[in-house]
Design a protein around this ligand. Structure first.
Ligand code: AP5
Length: 208
């Protein structure tokens, strides 16, 4: 199964991608996570993209396309994958079509109000990569990751200014992909409200 998850920031793509990855035993490939891992490890790529991510702008296509091309060439991606956060521009979608076909583009539909609620309450654990929400999915011990015990923090791009920019960038550069995949007959719209289990059920029905 070769899936890609489209949708605005905070729609819950990463959360549902994790459930899908476990259920179908295919890797969850999040371009945002790969960039953040590089920032954490202070690689050249990480240094190059740190400010871009903090502001909510997009990393240049040339860098992102090469990174995804390399990742999809790895062994675990040969049985299928979930691309979360890629493509985000028409140029990225055209490049993807050259190096692989996909089965479904799942489009997560969420209201602005829901997006803001989800992003403002999100907290993450850098080491374990686990995603929490202060209201919907808090850790067992206040402020600490369930897996590693490390402090959980707010992503720099979840601050108010960066969120506003990310939503703008989404509308300008990524939303056109909805028509792009609809015209190819690959788009599957999913209502992204409700619990993760309810949304995952909807996604399963769409892709089966
Ligand atoms: P990326 O990490 O991809 O960020 P995003 O697309 O903005 O998506 P998010 O991670 O914010 O949201 P999500 O939809 O995954 O929601 P989540 O499941 O976490 O990209 C970050 C940056 O990297 C970009 O701004 C850009 O700079 C760069 N980048 C990445 N890809 C790029 C590309 N292709 N080209 C160029 N640049 C690129 O959920 C959010 C919160 O809600 C969590 O707290 C979660 O616990 C909670 N939640 C989720 N679902 C539910 C639910 N059903 N009920 C209750 N709470 C829920």
């Amino acid at each position: 199964m070769r899936l890609l998850f489209l949708g605005p920031p905070g729609a819950g793509k990463g959360t549902i991608a994790e459930l899908t990855s476990q259920a179908y035993d295919i890797p969850h490939i999040s371009t945002g996570d790969i960039f953040r891992m590089n920032i954490r490890n202070k690689t050249d790529l990480g240094t190059q993209v740190q400010q871009i991510l903090a502001s909510g702008d997009l990393v240049p296509d040339s860098i992102t396309i090469k990174m995804v091309h390399n990742r999809l060439a790895e062994d675990d991606a040969q049985k299928g994958f979930i691309l979360d956060g890629f493509p985000r521009t028409i140029a990225q979608a055209d490049a993807l079509a050259v190096f692989t076909a996909i089965d479904h583009a799942v489009n997560f539909i969420a209201s602005r109000e829901l997006i803001i609620k989800r992003l403002s309450g999100r907290r993450v654990a850098k080491e374990s990569g686990k995603i929490y929400h202060m209201t919907y999915n808090p850790p067992k011990v206040d402020g600490k990751c369930d897996i590693t015990g490390e402090p959980i923090i707010q992503r720099p791009d979840d601050k108010e200014d960066a969120v506003a920019n990310r939503l703008e960038v989404y509308e300008q550069q990524t939303a056109p992909l909805i028509s792009y995949y609809r015209e190819k007959g690959l788009l599957r719209d999913v209502d992204a409200s409700g619990t993760p289990e309810e949304i995952f059920d909807r996604v399963e029905k769409l892709i089966q």
